[in-house]
Design a protein around this ligand. Structure first.
Ligand SMILES: *Cc1c(COP(=O)(O)O)cnc(C)c1O
Length: 339
C-alpha cells in the first residue's frame, strides 16, 4: 500500500480494502454493508447475465491541498442511475442509498485517495444488476447495488494533449430511439468492435454520427462531443447520446464565463467551421480533439495547430479541475466533502 506509485497509475483496476453492497429483496433495499470479497455470488439464470439488466456509473473523489476528500457531482450520478433504471426496467435505486453506499466505499478506502500533488484521483464505480433467475424475458425481482473504488492515475501524463478521432460510418453505438441515453453495459458491448477498429488504426476513439440519418454528430465513444466557435459552446442534442455530467458542468462554466451555449443537432459539415473541439467525460474531463477523419467519405477536419489544445478548452479544463480539487470555490454546490 505504501508503495503505490501515484503518478504512474493507469486507468485500471487496483485492489482496495472494501466494497459496499445493498440488496433489493421483498420490496426493500438493505442497509449498505461493506465486504472485503471481490466476488459476487449470483444465480446462473440472473437477468443481468442473460438479458442485460445492468447499469453503472462513474465518478471521482479528489484529495485537496487541505487534505479533504471531495466527491464530484454525487447527486447527479445518483439521478442518472435512476434514469438508467427506468430505461431498462430495473428497480429504481433511491438517491439516499446511492449516496450512502458511495460515501461509505470512499470513507472505508480513504487511504487509496491519491495525494493532491499526484494529479491522480479515486475512481468510483457504482453497479446495479438484476439478480433473480428468469428464463423468459422478464425484469428481475431482486437487485444488487454495489460500489467499488480504485485509484486511477492522471489522465494526461504528457500534458493536455489533443488526440485524433475517427468516424466509422458502418457502426452505430445505439439506435435512434434505443438505449443510448442510459449508462448501461449493453451500449458498451455494442461499441467494442468499432472501438477496437479505431484503436488499431491509431485513433483514440470513434466519433459516432446519429444512427438515423448519419448526418449529425452524436458523441465520441464514452465521452460527449463539444466544440468552440468564437464565443459559443456548441454540443449535440440527440436522442441517442448519454447525458454527460462533465458536459453539463462545462456548459455551466462556459455560461459563467459569458459564453453563449448551443445545444442542438450539429451537422458533420459544421466541423470545418469550429475553432476547437473536444470530447468530455469523468475520465479525462476534456480530451482535446486534434482532428476528425471521416475515412469512408475521405474527409478530414483539423482543430489544432502544432498539437496544442485551444485556449477555451484549456481554460474550461483548468477551471473544472480547480473546483474538483478544491482550489477554487464550489459556487454551484457540485462537491460533497467526505467527513
Ligand atoms: C459515462 C459516459 C459519458 C461521460 O459522462 P460523464 O458523466 O461526463 O462521465 C459519455 N458518454 C457515454 C456513452 C458514457 O457512458
Amino acid at each position: 500500500m505504501d508503495t503505490i506509485d501515484w503518478k504512474n497509475l493507469s486507468f485500471g483496476y487496483l485492489k482496495t480494502d472494501f466494497n459496499v453492497r445493498s440488496y433489493f429483496k421483498d420490496g426493500q433495499w438493505s442497509k449498505p454493508q461493506e465486504t472485503t470479497s471481490e466476488s459476487i455470488d449470483i444465480h446462473m439464470a440472473a437477468t443481468c447475465l442473460h438479458y442485460g439488466q445492468e447499469a453503472f456509473e462513474g465518478l471521482k473523489a479528489f484529495r485537496g491541498k487541505d487534505g479533504k476528500i471531495r466527491i464530484f457531482r454525487l447527486e447527479e450520478n445518483a439521478l442518472r442511475m435512476q434514469s438508467s433504471c427506468r430505461g431498462i426496467l430495473m428497480q429504481e435505486l433511491p438517491i439516499e442509498i446511492f449516496e450512502e453506499t458511495v460515501l461509505k466505499a470512499v470513507k472505508l478506502n480513504e487511504k487509496y485517495v491519491p495525494p493532491y500533488e499526484s494529479g491522480a484521483a479515486l475512481y468510483i464505480r457504482p453497479l446495479l444488476i438484476g439478480t433473480s433467475p428468469q428464463v423468459g424475458v422478464k425484469a428481475s425481482k431482486e437487485y444488487l447495488f454495489l460500489v467499488f473504488v480504485t485509484p486511477v492515475g492522471p489522465y494526461f501524463k504528457e500534458g493536455f494533449k489533443p488526440t485524433p478521432l475517427v468516424i466509422l460510418r458502418s457502426f452505430d453505438r445505439a439506435a435512434p430511439q434505443g438505449t443510448g441515453t442510459y449508462k448501461i453495459g449493453g451500449n458498451y458491448a455494442a461499441s467494442l468492435v468499432a472501438g477496437e477498429k479505431a484503436h488499431q488504426m491509431g485513433y483514440s476513439a470513434v466519433l459516432y454520427l446519429d444512427p438515423k440519418e448519419k448526418k449529425y454528430i452524436d458523441e465520441g465513444g464514452p465521452a460527449n462531443f463539444f466544440a468552440i466557435k468564437g464565443n459559443t459552446y456548441i454540443t449535440p442534442a440527440s436522442s441517442s447520446i448519454l447525458p454527460s455530467i462533465t458536459n453539463k458542468s462545462l456548459i455551466q462554466l462556459a455560461e459563467d464565463m459569458g459564453m453563449t451555449i448551443e445545444r442542438r443537432p450539429v451537422l458533420e459539415e459544421e466541423l470545418s467551421t469550429f475553432d476547437e473541439a473536444g470530447i468530455c467525460g469523468t475520465a479525462a474531463v476534456i480530451s482535446p480533439v486534434e482532428r476528425i477523419d471521416d475515412i469512408e467519405e475521405n474527409k478530414s477536419y483539423k482543430f489544432t495547430k502544432d498539437g496544442i489544445a485551444g485556449p477555451v478548452s484549456t481554460k474550461l479544463y483548468n477551471k473544472l479541475r480547480a473546483i474538483q480539487y478544491g482550489d477554487e470555490p464550489d459556487t454551484h454546490n457540485w462537491v460533497t466533502i467526505v467527513e
